[in-house]
Design a protein around this ligand. Structure first.
Ligand SMILES: Nc1ncnc2c1ncn2[C@@H]1O[C@H](COP(=O)(O)OP(=O)(O)OP(=O)(O)O)[C@@H](O)[C@H]1O
Length: 636
């Protein structure tokens, strides 16, 4: 008998009664009598001054709150709909009710068994009832959510006497980023066979998690296994990968064995496994060759495609190597204003005729987004989009950056020389951002290149011809710069081609819809409360779309995962200021935006140990923009 705790030999029901008596007499329970998860919950209830004799009301939240909750949890509800229905078909005949709760314990969906006589059962298993530990004491759901694992709670294991009629089992549901979204619970009045009840809820939770992974629309879903793929890939261990190898999501079991914490942000396949993503895709195409890969944790896994019929595997080209700097995923673009959309369409026609396009707009209005969108929709989309920020590169280097240089052309020139950005943009788009800040001396050279499409590398005589389309952008008034002698008139007329002027965010005709859409994108589907939305519509947005996206990301972090975004979650400057009178707009708003910006930059640099590229990624801007912002901040 060595190794088996004596308490394990006592019949289960007797053990529970003993545990309860011991707890209420001394606050202590001898080991092995009940699940640690339940004991922890009892301690929390006692610490929060709950008494076993408390009554339980099972009131529902208001209908407004309920619709907010359903809205906030719509992804979970969608993923859970059919697995829950299947579970309820399996168990309601045996007298079980089935429940889906959110992370806080709100009942989102309830299937009742119909065969129960107890009033309490009817009251408890209704949509909108709050079943948190705080309001109804220990339950399987609250334990499963607190401990992050399946838990069964029977009869006297419920902290409140009133709930002793319940016997329940629940499993947490994790989202693909590893956060708990809610729980699946089955409950009945009669004792249950614990093992089977637990495995039913666990299976249902896994199916929901799998649905959630599918809803990410991954390029490919991969099963991890321990041995040879054919024999051993486990349904439990799933990776959802984007087409550039980004890990879009992981099943909880895969996350556990690989040792990746929840909510880790941007992680790529090749960050975790000793294999390039293209090589993975290549081998998955040949299922006859089993693939065994070592993770950087030291463990080896077999990998196979979860769905052999996935067309991406067989039809799409192998994705390009992951670039060294990994930009934030591009937002879905909407320029809202019909006149801007019409202008963009004209700009596309101009590009097709080899005319340049000039994008004008204040900082953060989306000039680069517009340029990239034009590129992607143009006949040159198969080539590269090469952006160069004329304001960010020191005058002495910009020439070499643009035109390239021969080996030894100047001190510090690269071995073997460099081809320069114009060569890189061959058959693609050259985007000259902040062209208004291009040094005067360089402007005439640029003009010649734009006219002839011919480039001479620094330190060389021969020229090469390149084919590229040109998009420029600036926040400056170029015709004023021409008048002030800061910008060459001939270059101005050359780059002006077709202009697209982007409105300030506060002037967008679709402001409300745009804020809501950006909120959906930035927060992955959360909603703003009416008050928060009104405040945002009244704010002047000196930093335009960039500031809006930062504000939404800020609110997303500040708010509870299941709550709407409320005014108090917004950055203080939005809370503090409605739209000031037109004449007050300038300096004070610019001042407050600068402070916010400086803090954001300092924080990002600190978090990334001073790595400018990583900090720029974190802030959702290019490295060049970050340098420019730093320069601007320092000059204040
Ligand atoms: N129409 C849009 N839809 C979605 N996101 C947008 C849109 N316009 C801009 N953004 C986002 O706002 C931020 C700023 O955009 P972008 O860098 O293109 O602005 P910009 O005008 O070039 O700024 P700057 O002048 O400071 O370089 C980026 O994070 C971009 O993704």
């Amino acid at each position: 008998m060595r190794g088996i705790p004596m308490n394990a030999l006592i019949p289960a029901n007797q053990r529970r009664v003993q545990a309860r008596e011991a707890f209420f007499q001394s606050g202590q329970v001898p080991p092995g009598l009940i699940d640690e998860a339940i004991l922890n919950s009892w301690h929390r209830c006692a610490t929060n001054s709950k008494s076993a004799s408390d009554q339980v009301a099972f009131d529902t939240v208001t209908s407004t709150r309920l619709s907010e909750l359903l809205q906030c949890n719509r992804v979970l509800l969608e993923a859970a709909a059919s697995p829950m229905e299947r579970l309820s078909r399996t168990v309601t005949g045996a007298g079980y009710a089935v429940l889906l709760t959110d992370r806080l314990g709100h009942a989102l969906t309830a299937y009742s068994s119909g065969g129960t006589s107890a009033d309490l059962m009817h009251k408890a298993f209704r949509q909108g009832v709050l079943l948190s530990e705080d309001s109804v004491g220990t339950t399987a759901m609250s334990c499963a959510v607190s401990e992050g694992r399946p838990v069964a709670v029977s009869g006297v294991e419920h902290f409140l006497n009133a709930n002793r009629i319940f016997n329940c089992a629940a499993a947490p549901v994790f989202d693909p980023a590893g956060r708990i979204m809610g729980a699946i619970d089955i409950t009945r009045e009669h004792p249950m066979v614990q093992g089977s009840a637990l495995s039913l809820v666990q299976q249902c939770a896994k199916t929901i998690e799998r649905q959630l992974m599918g809803m990410l629309a991954p390029y490919i879903l991969v099963n991890l296994g321990w041995g040879l793929p054919e024999r051993d890939a486990s349904e439990d261990m799933l990776l959802a990968l984007g087409e550039d190898g980004q890990i879009l999501g992981m099943s909880p079991r895969a996350r556990e064995v690989i040792g990746l914490e929840a909510d880790k942000g941007l992680v790529y396949f090749s960050d975790l496994f000793d294999l390039r993503f293209e090589a993975l895709v290549d081998s998955l195409r040949k299922p006859e060759n089993p693939l065994s890969v070592e993770a950087f944790s030291g463990l080896s896994f077999s990998l196979k495609a979860a769905d052999r019929n996935n067309e991406n595997l067989y039809r799409s080209p192998i994705p390009q190597p992951v670039p060294l700097s990994r930009p934030e995923p591009e937002p879905e673009v909407d320029f809202g204003d019909a006149s801007v959309n019409a202008r963009a369409a004209t700009a596309l026609k101009a590009l097709a005729r080899q005319m340049p396009v000039l994008v004008l707009g204040d900082t953060g209005t989306g000039k680069e987004v517009m340029a990239r969108t034009l590129h992607e929709r143009s006949g040159y989309a198969a080539g590269e989009f090469v952006a160069i920020n004329c304001a960010a590169i020191p005058e002495s280097l910009i020439e070499g950056e643009l035109f390239g240089h021969a080996e030894g052309a100047f001190t510090g020139a690269r071995r073997g020389g460099s081809n320069g950005k114009i060569a890189q943009a061959h058959k693609g788009t050259l985007f000259l951002d902040e062209i208004g800040d291009m040094p005067l001396a360089l402007q005439s050279r640029l003009l010649r290149v734009i006219e002839s499409r011919e480039v001479t590398r620094l330190g060389e005589q021969s020229t090469k011809r390149f084919d590229f389309q040109l998009v420029c952008a600036t926040h400056r008034n170029l015709s004023e710069a021409v008048q002030n002698g800061e910008f060459r008139e001939d270059l101005y007329y050359r780059v002006k081609g077709i202009t697209v002027e982007l409105p300030r965010l506060s002037e967008r005709p679709d402001l409300k819809a745009f804020i809501q859409e950006q909120c959906r994108q930035v927060t992955h589907g959360r909603a703003l409360s009416d008050n928060a939305l009104h405040l945002m519509m009244d704010y002047p947005w000196p930093g335009n779309v960039r500031e809006l996206r930062h504000a939404l990301a800020h609110a997303d972090v500040m708010a509870d995962p299941d709550s709407l975004l409320l005014p108090e979650h917004l950055p203080s400057e939005i809370l503090a200021q409605g739209r000031p009178d037109e004449q007050d707009r300038g300096p004070s708003m610019v001042g407050s935006w600068r402070t916010v910006e400086r803090e954001a930059i300092e924080q990002a640099l600190a978090c990334e140990n001073g790595n400018v590229q990583a900090a720029a990624n974190r802030l959702g801007m290019s490295r060049a923009t970050l340098y420019r912002r730093l320069k601007a901040q320092r000059s204040v």
